[in-house]
Design a protein around this ligand. Structure first.
Ligand SMILES: *Cc1c(COP(=O)(O)O)cnc(C)c1O
Length: 422
């Protein structure tokens, strides 16, 4: 059977009820599973039979969401996690051990910067941050013999730069390391990085996948195409003694990355997604295609309005023809540039705070990608741990405001912005 189109898969993938079963994905609120024999459960512990043993490792509701998200991204497998941060942490720990090194774009989410630069650094996994717009030769200089991953964001939070995904994929391939990409802001509706050569995708499902600000959640998706036998990743090709000698590339050829992450790291760290959360994220994903279309259309109109306003110094929205990243957006985000705009208000930090406090519809929240319009001042919230030099490197100015344009009537959204700009 031919694959359904992506809009259909948003609704129909994952839960596929048999005759007489519930129409809607059930919440399997159970930590545990029942077996007919000790032999049945022994096979699960040897990873020689598929099935669920304990909800820290897998759960039927969560599995349906994993299958749906893998399908939407065009991957072979997925692993859901308690948050986007956990998805990135588990991805790094699945690739690196103490002494290893990562190369990352510098314009990334503040929480990911903290994870890489502070917490993982303390565990002995170091990161070199590079300008994603630099040439391949320049970026190549950051690689070392112990580099085990290249990391970037499709549409960076909050800089809104568009990553040249094919360039990053070439650099990763030349260095025999996987290219890990955070696709949170684009979602698989607007961009599917695996089609351009990325190897592993992480998402904060908290954002557009959920879409209604109900659930902190994350997911890892693998392409199934990376060559783990290139010598850099013996943990994928050598027997795992904690599972009677399982070899991930041999025994799970389609899903070596997410299987190893699940049965080693999710087993040991316990940062699993709950069935309740999977139910809510799945419900969100059912309308993802419609929402991303409207978020993008509304944001484009709001960005056009801001770009013409005399009190606005600059607008970053890659869907605007004047934007530095317009050409890359045309290539990688042809259906729309998502719902997030950042702009710099004249008058710096003080004017930014005055604007924020004057909005009536847009709400001040530490969140983006909600169905409701929201607004945030990165320099005093998500990125406040950065010093001025690090802020500049991440592309953030003190007067920068990040607007997450919702699904309300665009006339009301623009009137709110107009009134607050005064
Ligand atoms: C929010 C966010 C994260 C972190 O996700 P949580 O679900 O909040 O842990 C990671 N990357 C990006 C791009 C984000 O916007």
């Amino acid at each position: 059977m031919r694959d359904w189109r992506i809009e259909t898969r948003c609704l129909q993938e994952g839960w596929k009820p048999k005759s007489g079963e519930p129409r809607v994905l059930p919440i399997y609120q159970s930590t545990t599973y029942k077996y007919d024999s000790t032999e049945d459960v022994a096979k699960l512990f040897d990873l020689s039979a598929p099935g669920h043993m304990y909800s820290r490792i897998s759960n039927p509701t969560v599995e349906c969401l994993e299958n749906k998200l893998a399908s939407l991204e065009g991957g072979t497998g997925a692993l859901c996690a308690a948050s986007g941060q956990t998805a990135t942490l588990i991805t790094v720990l699945n690739l690196c051990r103490t002494g290893d090194h990562i190369v990352s774009a510098s314009a990334i989410y503040g929480g990911t910067f903290n994870l890489l630069h502070h917490t993982l650094e303390r565990l002995g996994i170091s990161t070199s941050f590079i300008d994603a717009d630099a040439s391949e030769d320049e970026i190549q200089k950051a690689f070392r013999p112990n580099t085990r991953a290249l990391f970037g964001e499709t549409l960076a939070n909050p800089k809104l730069s568009v990553l040249d995904i094919e360039k990053f994929a070439r650099i990763a391939r030349a260095n025999n390391v996987p290219f890990v990409i955070d696709n949170t802001f684009a979602t698989p509706i607007l961009c599917r990085p695996l089609e351009y050569g990325a190897d592993i995708i992480v998402h904060s499902a908290t954002k557009y996948l959920d879409g209604h600000a109900t659930s902190v959640s994350g997911v890892i998706i693998e392409s199934g195409k990376f060559d783990w036998s290139n010598g850099n990743f013996p943990a994928f090709t050598a027997p795992d003694e904690s599972y009677h000698g399982v070899v991930y590339t041999r025994d799970f050829p389609r899903t070596p990355f997410t299987t190893k992450a699940r049965v080693q790291l999710m087993r040991d760290l316990g940062a699993n997604m709950t069935a309740q959360t999977a139910f809510l994220v799945n419900l969100g994903v059912e309308t993802l295609h419609l929402r991303m279309e409207r978020h993008s259309a509304n944001a484009r109109q709001a960005a056009e309005y801001l770009a013409k306003h005399p009190k606005v110094l600059s607008v970053a929205y890659p869907g605007l023809p004047a934007d530095k990243y317009y050409a890359l957006a045309q290539k990688y985000l042809p259906l729309g540039a998502s719902g997030i705009i950042s702009f710099v208000i004249k008058g710096g930090r003080e004017a930014a705070v005055r604007f924020m406090d004057s909005l009536r519809l847009a709400a001040i929240v530490v969140h983006v990608a909600d169905a409701r319009t929201s607004v945030l001042h990165p320099a005093s919230s998500t990125h406040r741990q950065m010093n001025d030099a690090q802020l500049a490197q991440a592309g953030i100015e003190p007067g920068m405001i990040r607007l997450s344009i919702g699904l309300e009537n665009i006339g009301d959204i623009i009137e709110d912005i107009q009134a607050a700009l005064g």
